[in-house]
Ligand binder design. Structure first.
Ligand code: NAP
Length: 332
C-alpha cells in the first residue's frame, strides 16, 4: 500500500510503498483511511520529539482519523502508539478506540476537528466543575484547539469568553465565534499583561494551550488583577505551544484560590475520552463549529509537511481522491 513514511526524524515523511498492516487482536479491524489530521502531536511523532517516541524507524505517522472497514461503517478512530499510523491507505484500528460516525458526517471536518476540539470539550466536561454562566480565558486562542475552545465554551454556556493569542488576524475573527473580548499577546510583554489583568482577572477557568513564559506572565496578571482573591480559579494546562516548562511564580498559588490541573491522555482515561466523542462528533456533523480545514492528497505529504509550518489551517491528508460522493454524504 501507499503511505507517508518517516525514514529519518530529520526529514519530512515521503509518499512510498509500505507493507499493509494485518489485524492481530480480537478487536482489530483493517480500515481504508479516508482522512487523517496533521496535528502538532503528529509532527512531534514524526520528528521523534514526542515523549512516547521509541526511536524506531521507519514509521507511518498519524494518531487518529476517519476510515471505513469491511462492515461499511464510517468510523473516527484514535490509534494506540503504533508504527503504522493513520497516514496510509490502510491502518489497523482497535474498534474499542473508535466510534461510528453519525449519518452525514464530513470525514475532512471530523479528522480536522476531533483532536483540537476534544481537548477543551473533555477538559470542561471531565476535569473541572464547569457550569453555564462561568467566565473563561482561552490562552493560545488563535490555534486550531484555541478556536475550538472558544466555540465549545460558548456551546457549553460560558458567559464571558476572553480569547488571547499573538496572531492579530486570527484573533480578530474570534468574536464572531463567541469571544466576548480579545487580548493580543504580541509585542510588549508588560502591555499584554496589563491588558490580560484588566480583561480576564475575574475568569473562573483558564484553558491554556501555551504554557512557557506566556503562561507565567498571564498567571501573574490574572491573579494580581483579581477583585476577589478567594474566588476559585482553575487553570487547565492542555498544550505547550510556547514551551514545555513554565516558571510559575510561587506567589500566584498563595495569593489566590488557584488550582492548576492538566488535561490529556493519562489525566483522563481513554474510556472517559471515548465516552465524550459521540456527542462531539454529532456537534461537528451538525455544523455547530467553524472548522478551518485544508484537505491535501496523501501523495503530496512532503509539500503538506512543509506548508503546515506556514498555515494556521488544520491540514488533513486524504489517501484517496476527495471528495468522494459517498463519503461526502456520509453514506455507509
Ligand atoms: N492535551 C490534549 O488533549 C491536546 C489536544 C490537542 C492539542 N493539544 C496541544 O495544544 C497545543 C495547541 O494545539 P493546536 O492544535 O491549537 O496547534 P496549532 O493549531 O498549531 O496552534 C498553535 C497556536 O499556538 C500559538 N503560539 C505558539 N507559540 C506561541 C507563543 N509563544 N505565544 C503565543 N502564541 C503562541 C500559535 O500562534 P502563531 O500562529 O502566531 O504561531 C498558534 O496559534 C499544542 O501544544 C498541542 O499539542 C493538546
Amino acid at each position: 500500500m501507499k503511505a507517508a513514511v518517516v525514514s529519518s526524524f530529520a526529514a519530512a515523511p515521503r509518499y512510498q510503498e509500505f507493507p499493509a498492516p494485518a489485524p492481530a487482536g480480537d478487536h482489530d479491524m483493517v480500515v481504508d483511511v479516508i482522512a487523517a489530521g496533521l496535528h502538532p502531536r503528529v509532527r512531534s511523532q514524526a520528528d521523534g520529539s514526542h515523549y512516547t517516541s521509541t526511536g524506531e524507524l521507519p514509521l507511518v505517522p498519524g494518531i487518529d482519523g476517519v476510515g471505513r472497514g469491511a462492515d461499511g461503517l464510517l468510523r473516527y478512530f484514535i490509534l494506540p502508539d503504533t508504527r503504522v499510523g493513520a497516514m496510509a491507505e490502510q491502518t489497523v484500528i482497535d474498534t474499542r478506540r473508535s466510534i461510528v460516525l453519525p449519518s452525514g458526517s464530513d470525514p475532512i471536518a471530523v479528522a480536522a476537528a476531533m483532536n483540537p476540539a476534544m481537548s477543551s470539550w473533555v477538559a470542561l466536561r471531565q476535569r473541572v466543575q464547569f457550569h453555564a454562566g462561568q467566565n473563561v480565558l482561552v490562552l493560545g486562542a488563535t490555534g486550531n484547539a484555541g478556536r475550538m475552545a472558544v466555540q465549545i465554551a460558548k456551546l457549553l454556556g460560558a458567559d464571558q469568553i476572553i480569547a488571547a493569542g499573538r496572531n492579530a488576524a486570527r484573533l480578530a475573527g474570534l468574536p464572531a465565534l463567541g469571544a466576548s473580548g480579545t487580548v493580543l499577546l504580541d509585542g510588549d510583554a508588560g502591555t499584554a499583561a496589563r491588558l490580560l489583568g484588566r480583561a480576564a482577572s475575574d475568569v473562573d477557568v483558564v484553558i491554556d494551550y501555551l504554557w512557557g513564559q506566556p503562561t507565567a506572565a498571564a498567571m501573574t496578571a490574572v491573579v494580581t488583577g483579581r477583585a476577589d482573591r478567594g474566588k476559585p480559579l482553575t487553570w487547565i494546562e492542555i498544550g505547550s505551544a510556547a514551551g514545555p516548562t513554565a516558571p510559575i511564580p510561587s506567589a500566584a498559588l498563595r495569593a489566590a484560590h488557584l488550582t492548576i490541573v492538566g488535561c490529556g491522555q493519562g489525566s483522563v482515561t481513554t474510556r472517559e475520552i471515548l465516552a465524550e466523542l459521540p456527542a462531539l462528533a454529532q456537534q461537528i456533523t451538525n455544523g455547530t463549529f467553524d472548522i478551518d480545514a485544508r484537505p491535501i492528497p496523501l501523495a503530496d505529504v512532503e509539500q503538506a509537511w512543509a506548508g503546515a509550518a506556514h498555515t494556521a489551517q488544520r491540514i488533513v491528508l486524504t489517501p484517496r481522491p476527495w471528495p468522494r460522493p459517498a463519503d461526502a454524504a456520509g453514506e455507509r
